[in-house]
Design a protein around this ligand. Structure first.
Ligand code: SAH
Ligand code: SF4
Ligand code: F3S
Length: 440
């Protein structure tokens, strides 16, 4: 039996792509192993969003150079593959396969070429209408499933590699998304997460012509589905019908991830985000005026070229205004092919780091306060795991907060995958703590 090893870096789209790649490989007669030593084929599904992410895979490849001499085959998939293309063969001569996500439909063919002795094979075309949806997907988690609804990105944010690494936007038909959702619900999955780099620009290519809000609501109405999440949303395409759908359908999770990137309209213009602070705040107001309490989270980049102290202050002020429930923030990382590379006034790494630390500290205080408001509430969690180290269960609330709680011992009550009421007794900046509160 041919064995393969696959390590995944990057976002949820990559994680889900890997589930599809694994399914495709298993269907082609390969068996997955967790050990590089055992594998004949070693694959990395890579991320290129920041320089550090890219370096990680080249470090891995360098580490295993000797093993390639012993006949192991190495392949690079994903965003670094697409970005660097055949240059990877020059940089790392022991790599034999380079394939970007827009070419995964050809993966079976490429594997055959490798098996028949081809030393170097590539799948690098971005010129595609294809989406990689396959019935062969091997899902890791038996309760929560990802569904890709749209691939690629047609925006051109000036710092971002994604339009180069994942190609133009391609939406799946609503019929194929719904068919997958029904199949998953029948298979016992209760939580579904719809994925795309910009789910809001979903456009059903079939005659039905659904927009994203319609698709979201329909997935929430599939029998057996209890929670639907979606990620990620570009603010410009985030329209009111999405909030209306969440307000009306309790099976749509009360959480919106709406990456802002900066609180300064000047910086947003330089980033080519196509919205200003006021337009962003208009969307926040839609969400906040919902009769449901909807958690809002975001992404922020610190130290974008030309970001002054005053611009940065505006970002801090935005945090106070919005009161995000959580935040992912990153130092600006200059990336190949992107137009921001040519901008003047690049900041030093120290300055970017200083701003990042300030931002994290400010947000920590906000999260402590936001989370504190939940103390005394009973929240429904989907239970994900039990930790022996602290003897607590771990679950997630509908609005995507982590809740650790005491309850029955692991043996007496296998809660994983079930929905349980939990009384929140304490809050920290990054999690809630509580007690199992089964109804009498
Ligand atoms: N499609 C999503 C973003 C996906 S990338 C959107 O438009 O919001 C995830 C996050 O990585 C981005 O929101 C941004 O905050 C960050 N990011 C992207 N490129 C970056 C870069 N060059 N340097 C630092 N952070 C970056
Ligand atoms: Fe990148 Fe912008 Fe596309 Fe998001 S919308 S993936 S940040 S180019
Ligand atoms: Fe990284 Fe590609 Fe996702 S660059 S963040 S893996 S789309």
């Amino acid at each position: 039996m041919k064995k393969f090893y696959l390590e995944t870096f990057g976002c949820q789209m990559n994680v889900h792509d890997s589930e599809k790649v694994i399914g495709t490989l298993v269907n082609s007669g390969y068996e997955q192993t967790e050990s590089v030593d055992e594998a004949g084929l070693v694959l990395y599904n890579t991320c290129s969003i920041r320089d550090k992410a890219e370096q990680r895979v080249f470090n891995r490849l360098a580490h295993y150079k000797k093993q390639a001499a012993a006949g192991k085959i190495f392949g690079v998939l994903g965003c670094v593959a697409q970005q660097e293309g055949e240059r990877i063969f020059e940089r790392v001569p022991h790599v034999s396969l380079v394939c970007g996500s827009a070419s995964y439909t050809k993966l079976g063919e490429l594997l055959q070429q490798l098996e028949s002795g081809n030393r170097r094979v590539t799948g690098l075309s971005l010129d595609t209408e294809d989406t990689f949806d396959t019935p062969l997907t091997r899902r890791d988690n038996p309760h929560r499933a990802y569904i890709t609804v749209i691939e690629g990105c047609d925006k051109a944010c000036s710092y971002c590699v994604v339009p180069f690494t994942r190609g133009p936007e391609r939406s799946r038909t609503s019929a194929s998304v719904m068919e997958e959702a029904r199949r998953l619900a029948d298979g016992g999955y209760t939580e579904i997460q719809l994925l795309g780099q910009n789910v809001n620009s979903y456009r059903d290519p079939s005659a039905a012509g659904w927009d994203f809000a319609t698709l979201l609501d329909a997935v929430g109405n599939v029998g057996g589905v209890r929670r639907v999440r979606f990620t990620t949303s570009h603010p410009r395409d985030f329209l009111k019908p999405i909030v209306d759908a969440i307000s009306a359908n309790p099976r749509l999770c009360n959480h919106v991830h709406l990456p802002v990137q900066s609180g300064s309209s000047k910086v947003l213009a330089a980033m080519q985000r196509h919205y200003d602070r006021d337009q962003y705040m208009e969307r926040i107001e839609w969400i906040k005026s919902s009769p449901r309490s909807i958690a809002i989270t975001t992404d922020i980049i610190t130290g974008f070229p030309g970001e002054t102290d005053q611009d940065f202050e505006q970002t801090l002020d935005l945090l106070d205004e919005v009161q995000y429930h959580s935040l992912f923030c990153f130092k600006y990382s200059p990336r190949p092919n992107t137009s921001a590379l040519a901008l003047p006034d690049q900041l030093t790494d120290d300055e970017k780091g200083r701003r990042l630390t300030t931002l994290i500290e400010r947000q920590r205080a906000i999260q402590l306060e936001v989370n504190g408001r939940f103390v005394g509430d009973t929240q429904e969690v989907m239970v994900e795991a039990y930790s022996d180290s602290n003897s607590l269960w771990f679950g997630r609330t509908g609005d995507n907060k982590t809740l650790n709680f005491s309850g029955p011992t692991r043996e007496s009550n296998p809660l994983v995958g079930t929905y349980q009421p939990v009384l929140v007794t304490r809050a920290s900046p990054n999690a809630l703590i509580g007690e199992w509160a089964p109804r009498a």
